[in-house]
Design a protein around this ligand. Sequence first.
Ligand code: CA
Length: 226
Amino acid sequence: MRILVVEDEKKIANFIKRGLKEEGYAVDAAEDGEQGYFMATTQDYDLIVLDLMLPKMDGLTLCRKLHEMGCPPMGRPPVLILTAKDTVKDKVSGLDSGADDYITKPFAFEEFLARVRALLRKREGSASTKLTAGELTLDLVTHKVSRGGKEIELTAKEYALLEYFMRNAGTCVTRTMISEHVWDMNFDSFTNVIDVYVNYLRKKLDNGPGKKLIQTVRGRGYILKG
Ligand code: CA
């Protein structure tokens, strides 16, 4: 899952970025509203974390503009507003501008993460905190992954890649789709890093006698068959 963080306070931006990356999310950051708007309309994000008080374009204006656009095909990504303000009026105007949820600074990172997960689930139209595909299970809260009840240890990036595969189980995902949702904007499309990570995952998931779960679709990408 790829997240855009629009926040001008470097300390907070870095804190959020680091925390999200540790959880396996791909994160891009924008330091002002104009840059945030540009990135949000040119890249395919799964979620936007948006500060309200921003230079160049304030968060509410940005949110309203995104809302008006609609951003097909997956629909506009959910927006989580980050603000120092916690008055009812501010919350109402944020929600009226198309924001999906709020968190007031300062906040506990655990709560922030729970809200991020909830918005991503809502976007998927699922209430479950677990993903399953055949005998594979992935817990979105604890990050525990198991196959046939046997736990599998994954790195943050391997986990993120598997999560993306599982969210799209049974359908072919291209390398471009993977790069847009699992890697951040520094992704270098001239490397074979995706194939390298797919092989890491295969070694951990498919090393038993059972069915091979991650299959190559020649010339297109990969498919996870549960
Ligand atoms: Ca700010």
